[in-house]
Design a binder for this molecule. Structure first.
Ligand code: ATP
Ligand code: MG
Length: 473
């Protein structure tokens, strides 16, 4: 255990605690991660006494602490040092009342503090006190559970989860991140208490969900959330993807498991949270747009448009950002069928240019999402789709090399059109600009100044404008 205490902070905390005469321990995530040999930059210290006083004493002995924060109301303190973050808290005993997240907090012993933690593997402490320095305090056999890969609440799961229902999601998040199994009783506790998640703020929920989304195989978390009905509490649109309907002997695929497959596929290639969210959202409107007719069978016409619209609403409710990240996901949802659609027709240059124009900088991400969206069990079909997508990719490279559409800037600007015809900013300017863009994308003219100026002059004439000046080639 001692070799985990190589950071100089441990000796400083030991000396500080000794001076104040209050026992101190390293506790929680750091101990867990040290034993799992996972990297961890947050160290939590618990002391039997005042966490703030201990932090003050420690801060006084640190030369290069970049930031010290005291949260008197919570009795906690935080010290930053480079990439490291140290947190100090006095050991406490918490009792909760039903339907309230506000606990009654009292000073307590180390054991009290370990009791209020979420899982046995998160309740481990290492002593920083003289005689017992470096010794593990493990009242719930957390080390055994770490070795066996098991998540188990230290107390009766009904108590642990009703004290803070977020812990149910945390169980699933750790199961997803660490590949651990949730012990049976603990799992039962989640299934019986899942609706209590309703008292938890969406901000805390989405933090845990995003950690699942960012893990190696996010589907683990979503399946567990679905099976325990935690997902039903905050993301009914995703739940609605589940299920298969049959009519006239025709079945559509289960869009929930398909979505999870796409998400896992994307996770293999990209760590980008928002590309991963694009996978989660790409078919979100399928239940709303589902239809059956004799000739086509099952259809989901327009699900990309409706889904793109739903993205904003869902992001707002889930407390995901409403900035360019949301717009990126909405765009990916909107365009997700385009690369595959291209493979179904003769791929014209102009169709490729339109796709590059619409996707812009995100064309590579879109192609990746498209590739990951192929989840058929029919291997021949998969192979054919992949081959077609490869062709489209090659076409994109060729067209892009030639026409530079990706960062399309009109070869003649609106200001220049105004000058050329000596007109005011007006509807005509917009019409000409649009026609110019279409002409370039459709390949009527090349993406260069000379052809563009000629085009603009002709177009202006058609609108009854005459050139008043000239612009440089
Ligand atoms: P990570 O840092 O990967 O999110 P962690 O387990 O370190 O995981 P933190 O939020 O940093 O999580 O919390 C540190 C420790 O505090 C945990 O290991 C656990 O002992 C305790 N803890 C955190 N959140 C809760 C909670 N909701 N209920 C009970 N104990 C908690
Ligand atoms: Mg942590």
């Amino acid at each position: 255990m001692l070799n985990h205490l190589s950071h100089p902070i441990f000796d400083i905390v030991r000396a500080s605690a000794e001076k104040l005469g209050q026992p101190a321990y390293v506790v929680g995530g750091f101990v867990r991660d040290a034993l799992l040999e996972r990297d961890c930059k947050d160290i939590d210290f618990v002391t039997v006494g005042s966490g703030i006083e201990l932090a003050q004493e420690v801060a006084g002995r640190l030369e290069d602490a970049s930031e010290v924060n005291y949260f008197k109301n919570f009795g906690t303190a935080q010290i930053r040092q480079g990439n490291w973050e140290f947190e100090f808290v006095g050991a406490r005993k918490e009792s909760y009342q039903r339907n309230s997240r506000k606990p009654i907090v009292e000073e307590g012993s180390l054991q009290d503090d370990q009791n209020r933690r979420d899982f046995t593997i998160n309740a481990l402490a290492i002593s920083l006190n003289d005689v017992t320095y470096g010794e593990l305090v493990d009242p719930f056999n957390g080390v055994q559970d770490l070795n066996d890969g098991i998540l188990r609440t230290p107390l009766d799961p009904n108590i642990t989860f009703s004290d803070d229902p977020l812990r149910m999601l945390r169980a699933i998040r750790f199961a997803t991140q660490l590949g651990f199994r949730i012990e049976e009783n603990t799992y039962k506790g989640i299934t019986t208490m899942s609706d209590r998640l309703s008292i938890i703020s969406q901000e805390r929920i989405i933090d845990e969900v995003n950690k699942m989304v960012l893990s190696k195989q996010p589907s683990i978390g979503f399946k567990l959330m679905f099976n325990t009905r935690l997902l039903h509490q905050f993301f009914p649109e995703m739940v609605a993807l589940q299920g298969v309907e049959e009519r006239n002997g025709q079945r559509h695929k289960d869009n929930f498991y398909h979505t999870l497959q796409v998400l896992d596929n994307v996770a293999q290639y990209s760590n980008d949270l928002w590309l991963r969210w694009s996978a989660i959202m790409h078919d979100i409107a399928k239940p709303n747009t589902k239809d059956f007719n004799e000739t086509e069978g099952w259809t989901f016409h327009g699900h990309e448009f409706v889904g793109s619209k739903m993205t904003k609403r869902i992001f707002r409710r889930l407390k995901l950002p409403l900035n360019e990240k949301m717009r990126y996901v909405a765009k990916m949802v909107l365009l997700h069928l385009r690369p595959i659609a291209l493979t179904k027709e003769i791929v014209t240059d102009s169709a490729v240019r339109r796709l590059i124009f619409d996707a812009g900088e995100d064309i590579d991400d879109l192609m990746l999402l498209s590739k990951c969206d192929i989840t058929s069990k029919n291997e021949r079909k998969v192979e054919r789709f992949l081959k077609n997508l490869k062709n489209v990719e090659q076409k994109i490279r060729d067209v892009e090399e030639r026409d530079r559409i990706r960062n399309f800037q009109p070869p003649v600007s609106g200001d220049e059109i105004i000058k050329l015809f000596d007109i005011k900013p007006s509807r005509e300017v917009g019409i000409i600009k649009n026609a110019l863009k279409d002409a370039v994308l459709d390949g009527e003219i090349k993406n260069n100044r000379e052809e563009a100026i000629n085009f603009v002059l002709t177009k202006g004439k058609e609108l009854g404008l005459s050139a008043a000046g000239s612009i440089k080639n």
